[in-house]
Design a protein around this ligand. Structure first.
Ligand code: PLP
Length: 392
């Protein structure tokens, strides 16, 4: 078989771990029951599997299982958290706070709410991608109902200070939502200690299947009210109707279990690969690291390259290395990433960006090959005249 490109796009999605697939398989065939069909053994079996999975995933974030509801992924969880809180609390206030570097699955629901008459503050970040906490505190008003700040950024990997943000939100009695799609199993998440009221999760960034995620909704002190966004059979206590996807839920829980069990060795390994990659790339002139040098995910390296066109660079790398310029949803476009612009990067430099997303199956040899390919492509493109992004 001809060798395929080295996969370095793990922030976009990950392969399903074979042990996850194995755990899922019986629930496609031998155990086909609907977890809501409690009149026979097939239903009981599925219901028990979902119950066990819910307990495992909840314990990974130090939550009670009944505070976790399953969704189709983090996009849906973010939509439910933001629109569901807005709809339930609009009589208390109509102001929300988020950050300019959030995923579009947070920014777009917020913009939608603006179109309905809500006010949203999109906080800037510091050049290293971290939120300035005094700005957050100043932005909170009596009518603020929700603060949404992601745990780990999907483009630059920067980790926001969740405990500090949680403390500020609770001091002002404002609900705190965090999109933890990239953080689950990779950094400690504790909804109790960090005073988090809502948390979005997804399976496919942690070697689980696509199409399954969850939303944590605090049940005590305070009990968060949420207006459902999908109405129907009343599954998930009415929060989110629709037949539960037993195989995906079982796979999600297995991925969490494996991720937690491996974290202690895997995260240092990924950090080592990332540092190896950066050492080689930084030997070249005009290559800039994006995001905080230490407060970030182990497996993420985001760089901007002077004097080249970003699309041309990705195209040149594509036969050998599979990576992207940033968010998977935005990489079809040629415009520079909103995250890098928020860091204050010049548009031309922001448009020439590579995000290396490393995963547990990558080897040191692959990293050397990827670095060599990137350096060769950058040197070749720099020799080509006028190969730079021009604002259009
Ligand atoms: C991938 C991702 C999402 C979207 O998750 P889906 O499960 O694909 O809907 C949302 N937020 C962040 C930070 C992500 O990395």
């Amino acid at each position: 078989m001809p060798s395929r490109p080295i996969y370095l796009d793990h922030q976009a999605t990950t392969p399903v771990d074979p042990r996850v697939l194995e755990a899922m398989l019986p629930y496609f065939t031998d155990c086909p029951g609907n977890p809501s069909s409690l009149s026979h053994g097939y239903g009981w079996e599925a219901s028990a599997a979902v119950k066990y999975a819910r307990e495992q995933i909840a314990s990974a974030i130090h939550a009670q299982p009944e505070a976790l509801l399953f969704t189709s992924g983090a996009t849906e969880a973010n939509n439910l958290a933001i629109k569901g809180v807005a709809e339930a609390y609009f009589q208390k206030g109509r102001h929300l706070i988020t950050v300019q570097t959030e995923h579009s699955a947070v920014l777009e629901p917020c913009r939608y709410l603006q179109s309905l008459g809500f006010e949203v503050t999109f906080l800037p970040v510091q050049p290293d991608g971290l939120l300035e906490l005094s700005l957050l505190e100043q932005a909170i008003r009596p009518e603020t109902i929700l603060v949404s700040v992601m745990a780990a950024n999907n483009e630059i990997g920067v980790l926001q200070p969740l405990s500090e943000i949680g403390a500020i939100c609770h001091r002002h009695q404002v609900l705190f939502h965090t999109d933890a799609a990239q953080a689950l199993t990779k950094v400690p998440l504790d909804v109790a200690a960090m005073q988090i009221d809502l948390m979005s999760l997804t399976a496919h960034k942690i070697y689980g299947p696509k199409g399954i995620g969850a939303l944590y909704v605090r049940q005590r002190q305070p009990r968060v009210r949420l207006a459902p966004q999908v109405h129907g059979g009343g599954q998930e206590r009415g929060w989110r109707s629709g037949t539960l996807a037993t195989p995906q839920i079982v796979g999600f829980a297995k991925a969490v279990e494996l991720g937690l069990a491996a974290a202690e060795t895997e995260q240092p390994y990924l950090a080592q690969l990332r540092d190896q990659l950066w050492r080689q790339l930084r030997s070249q002139e005009g290559i800039h690291l994006n995001g905080h040098p230490t407060q970030r995910l182990a497996g993420c390296l985001n760089i901007s390259v002077e004097g080249v066109d970003g699309q041309a660079l990705l195209l040149a790398l594509q036969p050998k290395v599979a990576l992207s310029s940033g968010s998977a949803c935005a990489s079809g476009k040629t415009s520079p990433s909103h995250v890098l612009l928020a860091l204050g990067r010049e548009p031309a430099l922001a448009a020439a960006t590579l995000r290396f997303g490393l995963g547990r199956l990558n080897t040191p040899r692959e990293i050397d090959q990827a670095a060599a390919c990137a350096i060769a492509a950058i040197q070749a493109l720099r020799k080509t005249p006028s190969a730079q992004w021009v604002p259009g």
